[in-house]
Each structure stands twice: as C-alpha cells, then as structure tokens.
Design a protein around this ligand. Structure first.
Ligand SMILES: [Zn+2]
Length: 247
C-alpha cells in the first residue's frame, strides 16, 4: 500500500490526522509485516486491530478448525465458518474488510523443534495462543531467533500483556519459572476481557512499529475486569532464566 494513492489517503485519513503518525508513520505501518500466533479470541481482536490500522502484511498461524464453542469471543469467525480452518476463515474476514492488506496463512502447529524459518519474514510476533504450552514455546523461539514478541493472556475476567525484546528484556520464563504447561483444562473466558487485552496488544504493536518509547518492556500490565483495575508490575531479566538466560 502507498499513502500517496487516493484510496489509501481516504481510507486511513483518521490515522494520518493523528500528529505523531502522519503520512510518514502510516507508510511505515503499510511496510511492516506482523505475525499473529493464533486466530482465536485474542487473534480476532489483534487481527482486526492490525488490519484497521493499516499494517501492510499480516501472517496468521493456526492449525485448528472453527468450533461452535469459539463463537462467544472469536468474532472474525461466524456460524457459517464452523468446520473450516481458522486461518481460512480469518483470511476471508481480512479480505472482506480490507482487500489490499497482504495476508499469509500458516496452517501449522508450533511445537518444540518445529520449522520456524518463516518467522524471519516478520518484524514482530504477537502471542495470541490460548495454551500455556504454546505460549512458552513461542517465547523461546522468539528469543532464539531474535524477534520481538507481544505476549497476551486472558482467563475469566482477567488478563495480562508483556512486550518481550529478545536479548534485552525479561521474558515469560522470567515471570513463571516452572510453568504448568501440561495442564489440560478448559479455561473460562469472556469476550470483553479478551477484547481489552487484544486491544492493548494492538496498541503495543503500533507503538513498537512506529518506534515509540514507553512500551510494556520489563513491565507486566495486568487487568482485573471485576475491579476495573489495571496494574503495572516491574519485571527483571533473570540471568539463569530457562527462556532468555545465557547458556
Ligand atoms: Zn527470561
């Protein structure tokens, strides 16, 4: 996309009117590639956030199909997409909403030892996975490859966001030393909590890609929907961390 084209000028006028974005910042966003890991609840919010703001290319990873129980929160999928691959349903949503957005789908499950060479095509990764196991694997991969990661997690009325800069900042393992990644339970989650967290992840992405300071680096932002309370918790990079430590 090119901000000098009439279509882009009109479509993103309210973005470029924001003084700290302008036409130059908008072109920067057009030129960026962001990989969204998971096309579920957080993924729905993040994909719609990134497409709306004008990220030029969005990659989406998800091996799963749409199930009826996803529809309490995963709004880019519909009842008509039940049984389809989530990446295909997400692709249709993006193409309907913004035909000029580039979209690359990856129907793959990310596990230890997965081929993640394609990650290197992207400027930023956003963690929208729903399982703890996948989140910690993604954390490790991004640190090993040297890619920035915006983590988000939601449960019940609560959520959290952390931006992880490989080699420089604390990571998920600094936060949870021995995560219970084997736990197999269905987590309760409601759409307003998911939408708060995915919006904060999208905001972090825009700020990171535009080179703004004051990101949630070494700072865990937590959200309590019951008390309507946000808190910031300072984190420190642990030298012997199993995720980001030097070995
Ligand atoms: Zn760490």
């Amino acid at each position: 996309m090119n901000i000098n084209n009439f279509y882009e000028t009109e479509r993103f006028k309210r973005n470029t009117t924001v003084k700290s974005i302008g036409t130059q910042g908008q072109q920067t966003l057009f030129d960026k590639k962001v990989l969204v890991a998971g096309a579920g609840g957080l993924g729905s919010g993040v994909i719609s956030g990134l497409v709306s703001v004008g990220i030029g290319t969005i990659g989406i990873i998800d091996p799963d199909i749409v199930e009826i129980s996803n529809l309490n929160r995963q709004f880019i999928h519909t009842e008509a997409s039940v049984g389809k691959l989530k990446v295909e349903s997400a692709y249709e949503w993006v193409k309907n909403y913004s035909p000029k957005t580039g979209i690359v789908i990856h129907k793959t499950r990310i596990e230890e030892g997965s081929d993640v060479e394609f990650f290197k095509d992207y400027d930023l990764i956003i963690d929208c996975f729903d399982s703890y196991k996948s989140k910690f694997i993604l954390n490790k991969i991004c640190i090993q490859i040297g890619l920035p990661l915006i983590h988000g997690g939601v449960e019940d009325f609560y959520g959290q966001v952390l931006t992880i800069i490989a080699g420089r900042s604390s990571c998920l393992n600094c936060l949870f030393e021995t995560p219970d990644t084997q736990a197999k339970r269905t987590i309760g989650v409601i759409s307003p909590a998911v939408n708060v967290i995915s919006s904060i992840q999208s905001m972090e992405a825009v700020k990171f890609l535009l080179g703004f300071d004051d990101l949630l680096v070494d700072t865990l932002l937590t959200y309590n929907g019951l008390g309507q309370e946000f808190k910031k918790i300072n984190l420190y990079k642990k030298p012997l961390c199993t995720g980001c430590g030097d070995f």
